[in-house]
Ligand binder design. Structure first.
Ligand SMILES: Nc1ncnc2c1ncn2[C@@H]1O[C@H](COP(=O)(O)OP(=O)(O)O)[C@@H](O)[C@H]1O
Ligand SMILES: [Mg+2]
Length: 242
């Protein structure tokens, strides 16, 4: 079966600064890839390239049948297939939770409001927030807001979800409730790529761990690779976070 995402020898520069230097990996349908690595190793940039938020200067990226490097890339179709959740929730403060979630399905997919409202309630139930539909973002905790952001993404029925350090701004308890939602998504068969510092989560949930170092995939394998790293760099990262 063809992979949902396939990066082949991807090179990315910011000006003359090389951020990605031949990144290659693929994620099969239903796979959960956890990208780990030091700050500045290119993790966020790799995710942003997958979603065509950044142009690449070499190599190819195939995402759900879209060739990201193609100048004719249909971004609208890509956005429908790929959901992305960031560390900051970016909910609209003047809209209720339900309205935040209905926005993309009604505006992008031209779904009718009653149908979009049903969908909003369905995805809110999925993240355990069915009773918060009428609330405004400021009435929710950070963890709840992040779960709304995930629900908003789910409402577009993506084939792939990208998560960039979605729990980094949260305290441990709220982190736990967001990770639980992500674990359930993974169990439900969602294809996901997540950048995370949560090693226990990566070990437990990821089908594939990708350790990035200096803009390359330095080491990759299953979660157990974290217990017996092959490279000194990964060993040091696992032991010290360095
Ligand atoms: N828009 C940008 N312009 C210039 N340099 C950038 C930009 N975004 C990221 N970088 C640089 O690229 C490198 C990798 O960044 P990033 O992908 O955010 O790393 P990570 O997510 O692993 O911390 C860093 O050195 C960062 O400063
Ligand atoms: Mg980052």
């Amino acid at each position: 079966m063809s992979p949902i995402v396939k990066l082949t020898d991807v090179h990315k520069y910011f000006g003359t600064y090389k951020v990605l230097e031949g990144v290659t990996f693929e994620v099969p349908r239903g796979g959960v890839a956890a990208i780990i690595g030091q700050s500045g190793s290119g993790k966020s940039t790799a995710l942003r390239c997958i979603n065509a938020l950044e142009a690449i200067q070499g190599g190819t990226i195939d995402v759900c049948g879209h060739a990201i490097q193609d100048p004719e890339l249909n971004r609208r179709a890509l956005r429908c297939d790929v959901g992305m959740v960031f560390q900051s929730y970016n909910l609209f403060p003047h809209l209720t939770v339900e309205q935040n979630i209905m926005l993309a399905p009604t505006c992008v997919k031209l779904m009718r409001k009653p149908q979009a409202r049903d969908l909003a309630h369905q995805v809110l139930a999925q993240v355990g927030l069915a009773e918060k539909a009428e609330h405004y973002p400021e009435q929710l905790s950070g963890g709840q807001q992040q779960r709304v952001a995930i629900a908003r993404s789910l409402a577009m029925k993506p084939k792939l979800m990208l998560f960039d350090e979605v729990t980094s701004a949260l305290d441990p308890q709220l982190t736990g409730e967001v990770l639980k939602v992500m674990e359930e998504l993974a169990r439900g068969g969602m294809t996901m790529i997540l950048v995370t510092h949560e090693m226990a989560f990566a070990r437990k949930v990821a089908s594939q761990v990708i350790y990035m170092h200096k803009g390359t995939v330095w080491e990759t394998g299953s979660g157990t690779m974290l217990d017996s790293p092959r490279t000194a760099e990964l060993r040091s990262f696992v032991n010290n976070g360095l």
